[in-house]
Design a protein around this ligand. Structure first.
Ligand code: WQD
Length: 334
């Protein structure tokens, strides 16, 4: 099976490429390199032995994308490409709607033209908005109480995919709702290495540990949680990548939706403690006010993915911290 990964040089995409190649899938990557580096291709080769064919093409470049599909003759697309900075999306909503939504429409039109009928979409737990409960299941209503344009684009794309599947009976759609991806590849060669200023907890912890950022600002310790700080479902990126492989093997007509999470919640302070334990050094932090839009506690119910895909997260927070520190050490050695 030949698979195109849009956004495949990114954090999740690169780890997924490696897992697919390990199982013998033919993988090609299309990315505009806005938030990733072309050197990732060499690292994928070092780890997997295969350097995926690469196209530097943007989702808004219809002609360029048409050329990729004319050449590629793909069986399936895994669609990772998209802008994902929550804070930036509030400041620049049109940039996010154009890139993420219009870009996906371009992709779907190109797939239709070239007879590609299978897509796995990189969605996010953000589409759940505020359900009033911590544990989230796929049957919950989505799109209500989403607090940022980034999350809205993920929700809108899910709705577009549902409508296209309704109109095209042979179309096979799997929507994967990620919780909080963390960690790095155990080889230490690839990990979360954003070009932009990070919003998420782990890349900020990484930059605090290297001294690029002075201290971690913890957004509130007055939530109704185990220690007052926010609780999330942090899933190791390798487990997340394996979830995509499981989805590839179980594609079927219609729309299938799965939470990809561990089913466990971890607080910000627990993440800090875990990082300090793995790194052997204190992590400077300061408790500040709550961040607008944050929920107190969110984690996945991952039972459906286990039942339908035979997939379950296996790696721990400790594994994620150890792999992240290994990755940082490898970066420093360069
Ligand atoms: C996690 C926890 C913060 C930074 C977002 C997106 C979601 C997905 C994952 C892409 C919260 C706290 C964070 C900091 C902090 N992205 N925190 N200080 O908000 O759960 O989800 O990223 O798909 O779509 O919405 O992740 O990492 O930003 O925050 O205290 O400097 O860490 O308050 O409790 P979040 P996050």
């Amino acid at each position: 099976m030949k698979i195109l990964l849009t956004g495949g040089t990114g954090f999740i995409g690169s780890h997924t490429a490696i897992e697919l190649i390990k199982l013998g899938y033919e993988v090609e990557i299309m990315d505009n390199l806005f938030n990733s580096k072309i050197t990732v291709l060499d690292k994928i080769e070092k780890i997997s032995g295969v350097k995926p064919k690469f196209y530097k093409v943007d989702l808004l470049d219809k002609e360029g994308m048409d050329d990729v599909f004319s050449e590629g003759q793909y069986d399936l697309v895994i669609h990772f490409a998209g802008l994902k900075a929550v804070g930036e999306s509030v400041e620049k909503p049109l940039k996010y709607y154009e890139n993420n939504v219009c870009g996906t429409i371009n992709l779907l039109e190109c797939m239709k033209k070239h007879g590609v009928k299978k897509i796995i979409f990189s969605s996010s737990a953000t589409v759940y908005g505020d359900q009033g409960v911590a544990e989230l299941t796929e049957d919950m209503q989505t799109g209500v109480g989403i607090t940022n344009p980034y999350g809205e684009t993920k929700h809108i794309i899910e709705e577009i995919l549902k409508d296209v599947a309704e109109a095209e009976p042979e179309f096979e759609v799997t929507i994967l709702r990620y919780f909080n991806p963390v960690g790095s590849h155990p080889s230490g060669l690839i990990g979360e290495d954003p070009n932009d200023i990070p919003n998420n907890l782990m890349p900020i912890i990484m930059k605090v540990s290297t001294g690029e950022i002075e201290k971690l600002r913890i957004f509130g310790d007055d939530y109704d949680t185990v220690d007052g700080t926010g609780v999330r479902d942090y899933i190791h990126v390798v487990d997340l990548a394996k979830g995509h492989v499981a989805a590839v093997n179980k594609m079927k007509p219609g729309v299938s939706i799965y939470n990809l999470g561990t089913g466990k919640g971890t607080s910000v302070l627990e993440m800090v403690t875990a990082f300090e334990k793995a790194s052997g050094k204190k992590l400077p932090y300061e408790i500040v006010g709550r961040r607008a839009g944050d929920l107190a506690e969110v984690y996945a119910n991952p039972d459906k993915a286990k039942k339908d895909l035979g997939w379950t997260a296996e790696l721990t927070i400790e594994d994620a911290m150890n792999d992240t520190i290994n990755y940082l050490n490898c970066l420093e050695e360069k």
